[in-house]
Design a protein around this ligand. Structure first.
Ligand SMILES: N[C@@H](CCC(=O)N[C@@H](CS)C(=O)NCC(=O)O)C(=O)O
Length: 254
């Protein structure tokens, strides 16, 4: 992916998408996926994970990723706001169900994957635990992010049980759907939550190295290898991710 700097992107027209450069960050990959599926072009803008990102902050008032900036509109940095923007820019294919029961279900599941207290949020709390415990070197590496995302030792200790519960709920949902003959998380068509799971599944088990080369340290950190959390039920979650990357999404490019 060819990134441009915030300073340069600021005055460009159209959609600019700020992404964490050099890592397949699930939130960034998810935002990209939504626009890619809809065929909406964007200018990729560089965010450097865990750093100050002063130029970005001067432009958008934010320093993390993803952020979608359409023309002169206010920057959007939440997954749901980014999805709404994508739906407006390209209504087809729709990724948000018309049916209200399905829509509520879709946003609920997406929140369990992407939102505060969700799968990736809790995985991040878990992942930062041993790094913060390393002392000054660890704090140097992730201290800024730990502060930004409300990490604490308590949050880190509570995370495994929360991660496990969410994974079981997502697996239950896919199993129930399979029983009623649908290969999607909700209803009978692909929605945003299918893309979110495909991209966020990296924090359960990254895609194989051939498909998604990434630094070994990051791969080890993303992999959830706690036997108390892993379960044979993960297979349905991994299969779903694999199918989305086989049939819908290009391999991550970061
Ligand atoms: N606000 C986003 C969440 C974004 C987020 O958590 N971004 C993290 C991904 S680890 C990030 O940018 N981390 C790098 C940093 O903060 O520098 C949403 O609700 O969709």
């Amino acid at each position: 992916m060819e990134y441009i700097d915030p300073q340069q992107a600021r005055d460009m027209p159209g959609l600019r998408l700020v992404l964490t450069a050099g890592v397949p960050g699930p939130w960034s990959e998810a935002a990209k996926a939504v626009f890619q599926v809809k065929g909406v072009d964007f200018v990729p803008v560089r965010q450097v994970g865990g750093q100050e990102n002063a130029e970005l902050r001067a432009w958008t008032g934010r320093d993390n990723a993803p952020i979608a900036i359409q023309g002169d509109e206010p920057p959007r940095d939440g997954w749901a706001d980014i999805l709404s923007l994508a739906e407006r820019l390209a209504p087809k294919p729709g990724l948000v169900p018309e049916d209200l029961v399905l829509r509520a279900q879709m946003f609920g599941l997406a929140h369990l994957i992407c939102g505060p207290g969700g799968f990736a949020w809790e995985r991040r709390h878990q992942l930062f635990g041993p790094i913060m415990a390393m002392g000054p070197a660890g704090r140097e590496a992730v201290g800024r992010m730990a502060g930004k995302y409300a990490w604490s030792e308590e949050a880190s200790a509570a995370a495994p049980a929360r991660v496990a519960a969410i994974l079981r709920h997502l697996a239950d949902q896919l199993s129930a759907q399979a029983e009623r003959g649908s290969p999607w998380f909700v209803g009978d068509e692909m929605t945003a939550v299918d893309l979110y799971w495909a991209t966020f599944c990296a924090m359960l088990e990254p895609l194989p190295e051939e498909q998604c080369p990434m630094p070994t340290m990051l791969r080890q950190g993303y992999l959830l290898d706690d036997p108390a959390i892993r379960s044979e039920r993960d297979a349905i979650l991994l299969d779903h991710r694999d199918r989305i990357y086989r049939e819908v999404l290009p391999p991550p490019d970061f």
